[in-house]
Design a protein around this ligand. Sequence first.
Ligand code: AMP
Length: 403
Amino acid sequence: MENIKTVSDFNFKNKIALVRVDFNVPVNNNQSSQVIDDTRILYSLPTIQKIISDSGKVVLISHFGRPKGKCSKIYSLKFIISYLSKRLKIPIQFSENCIGKAVEKKISELKNREILLLENIRFYKEEEEGDENFAFQLSKLGDIYVNDAFGVSHRTHASITIVPKFFREKKCIGFLMEKEIQSLKKVLGKGIAPITILLGGAKISSKIAIIENLINLVDYLLIGGAMSYPFIKAQGGKIGNSLVDEYKDFEALKKIIEQYQKQKKTKIFFPKDVIIANSFKNSAKTKIVPIHSIPNGWMGLDIGPTSIKNFCEIINFSRTILWNGPLGVFEFQNFSSGTTSIAKAIVRATENGAFSLVGGGDSIAALKMKKYETKISYLSTGGGAMLESLKDKILPGIKAIIS
Ligand code: AMP
């Protein structure tokens, strides 16, 4: 990974850069696709600016939403044109097609320092299928391929893993990708100790491989949210009606805990107490109980005060922190204090010099609820891609640049 090429290794003068970006941003559909959160766009500007300042030409490829291989007005990328041209102070040209004679002609007329944005790449079913011929057609559009789309680099889609094959040594990552890789490297063993990873959310199945991989790699692993209940159940605890996702291999969970107990480096912590509710709503009746003894008819919806205190203490003395996933149903105000207290502790640790990396839509939304988003060292632009990286995997999109 040390020798992966970046945009800094190329001079783009008179060259056409085919740049895969991730402009899949949240929008307000009621107000003609107004961008609600522009983080992904903002983070990809330095790459585009570098190519322009070299006097190169830029062809931008992105997806938006899940149009499932069909053209559809609501998934058009046209709304990005005015947004991007305002930010870059350059007019943005647009192509309705991603492959074929019409787009090839447009690109042949493109001058140095000009930008062409292609329509949503997912209007072609071949994109998600990783189709070779489609990828070859796309590869004809540029001289140098740049991947700056971290948010989809865990997918084996045509524009991510197949297109780069046709560029031999003329391919690289952009500045956004470089920052994501560097930030993850700081957490996965190369950062300043103590290193703490905090995982929350509901879906345990997608995070089992991560929990297994982190043994012996980091100093503290804190697990909260609905993810903790299957582990508590696996150890014989009573979790009442708390949420357990489709993952039901409690024996495997028991073994994971035993593996953690066998080694000394990584300490794993679960919440000690929880706020339970008698129904899944904000106004439900609540009680605070030990996590191992949740009565039937009740469900744990947030971590309790003792758990908040314990988790925050660990965060306070950590020097490197990664957080992905809420600690409770933070969407309900009465069950959001675990998540917001953790967010606050991470901000405080960052102010005291720790490196913090936060990813995942819910964790970033929780930070934004408290206007903490600028107080974190790095906000990842890809929750899923970040989780995949924690499984000790080189993402397919990164592999495609190295090979
Ligand atoms: P995930 O997609 O796995 O990151 O899960 C995120 C979701 O987990 C959020 O919508 C939270 O409301 C939900 N969540 C977190 N803790 C709990 C809990 N204790 N019970 C039910 N849902 C939870």
